[in-house]
Design a protein around this ligand. Structure first.
Ligand SMILES: Nc1ncnc2c1ncn2[C@@H]1O[C@H](COP(=O)(O)OP(=O)(O)OP(=O)(O)O)[C@@H](O)[C@H]1O
Ligand SMILES: [Mg+2]
Length: 397
């Protein structure tokens, strides 16, 4: 059918035509930020889930929801290798400039801008990647000690006061939070804690891989009490059906029941894969409704497209030994696997492979659901590893 009208859209952070199955978590966040606005105690929210389950699009949607109800927001993504203060500073500046246009908040927001100037200046030595426009002169003693935890806390406090004066809340949306260094995560958590204790309306909605929960707990033991951790997973059968059927229906196109069943069984309800199968099934079908035969014909193209993009970009970032480690995991099945079993498959000692395991965790390829266990962060990555390294070459090395 006409590819121009194809509604499905596999892609990192690409909003889906139907954001299926996420109403409950959107409501959790709506309640949290509305409570924040009126000064009621509330927990910040860290969404955790595997690659491609839809964390980024959800975060963006929640940000739109918050903006639509008159809250102030900032949005950052933590890439590997940039510091959190450098990411936050320019966004916080913009938020404060917006707040300072609210008459009631003006003077408090300006004080916060002075705080930001001191913050950036004092931390520039340690975090040389901080680049932020300075609108006002720093106020000596305000957020300028040169200690991230202290200064971020002081800055958050000033921002919180400005938001409160403006009768609003500031919600900071942070994607890929698992890449933030432990001391920076600790500073973020303690700054939030400081504001919570004073009932200041500043909150965080974050998203990251499943290891984020443990990382937050390691950074600050009280993180468990400060955050809710909704798990973002594959869609239920009904929601997966909705994600396929509704966007097609809007274009006057149907899916037969068995075609939907087939797609659900291939994709296991993972959003990225649903978009990929939906897209290719649409493209190969000659007419509505899309049938199980269309899905069969589309499957090899959907897998090919995933191999070339979703899986490939991750594979290409790996060293030869990291590839062998993941291939050994794949040999054992979808997982999770005991570290000992993986080492055994490679004929090496667990201790000898500990560094490569740590590197893979750092790259966000694997995580540890419980002590000594190792699991993929990318759904169906085991099958991909077997496709890309089909023979036994990984055993020698
Ligand atoms: N609830 C949903 N219903 C249907 N499709 C969805 C849903 N959520 C996300 N998608 C689709 O899944 C794909 C992946 O979404 P997104 O990039 O937000 O995932 P992610 O969890 O952020 O992945 P990563 O961990 O790789 O950053 C996109 O093509 C998006 O349109
Ligand atoms: Mg994402």
């Amino acid at each position: 059918m006409d590819p121009v009208r194809n509604p499905f859209c596999p892609g990192a952070g690409t909003p889906p035509p139907e954001l299926a199955g996420r109403d409950a978590v959107r409501e959790t966040v709506r309640i949290a930020v509305e409570r924040l606005r009126i000064g009621n105690p509330t927990k910040s929210v860290l969404m955790v889930g595997l690659r491609g389950v839809g964390k980024t699009v959800l975060l963006d949607q929640m940000r739109n929801d918050a903006e639509a109800s008159g809250l102030h927001t900032v949005r950052v993504e933590a890439p590997e290798g940039r510091s959190l203060p450098a990411l936050l500073a320019p966004q916080i500046r913009l938020a404060l400039l917006r707040l300072s246009r609210v008459q009631r908040a003006k003077s408090v927001a300006q004080r916060a801008l002075r705080g930001l100037a001191g913050f950036a200046k004092a931390l520039k030595v340690r975090y040389s990647d901080i680049e932020v426009g300075l609108d006002l002169e720093p106020e000596p003693g305000l957020a300028d000690n040169g200690d991230l935890e202290l200064d971020l806390g002081a800055l958050f406090e000033e921002i919180g006061k400005a938001a409160k004066a403006g009768g609003t809340a500031l919600v900071i949306f942070i994607d890929e939070l698992q890449y933030v260094e432990e001391d920076e995560l600790a500073a973020l958590i303690s700054s939030l804690h400081r504001c919570t204790q004073q009932k200041l309306p500043i909150g965080v909605v974050g998203a990251g891989l499943p290891q984020l929960r443990g990382q937050a707990g390691n950074a600050k033991s009280y993180a468990e009490r400060l955050f809710e951790y909704p798990e973002i997973g594959p869609l239920s059968r009904d929601d997966a059906r909705l994600a396929l059927v509704k966007p097609a229906q809007a274009q006057g196109v149907g899916f037969t029941d068995d075609s939907v069943e087939k797609i659900i069984s291939h994709t296991k309800g993972y959003p990225y894969f649903l978009q990929e199968w939906g897209k290719h099934a649409w493209d190969v079908a000659d007419a509505s409704p899309i049938t199980a035969t269309d899905v069969r014909r589309a499957s090899s193209e959907a897998i090919g497209a995933l191999d070339e993009s979703f899986f490939r970009v991750r594979f290409d970032r790996l060293t030869p030994l990291q590839k062998r480690y993941l291939r050994a995991m794949a040999e054992l099945g979808p997982g999770p696997h005991r570290s000992g079993d993986i080492s055994e498959a490679l004929g090496r000692k667990v201790t000898a492979l500990a560094p490569v395991r740590n590197e893979l965790i750092g790259k966000g390829m694997i995580w540890s659901p419980s002590h000594g266990d190792t699991a993929f962060t990318v759904p169906l990555f085991d099958e991909f590893m077997k496709r890309i390294i089909p023979d036994d070459t990984w055993k020698q090395g």
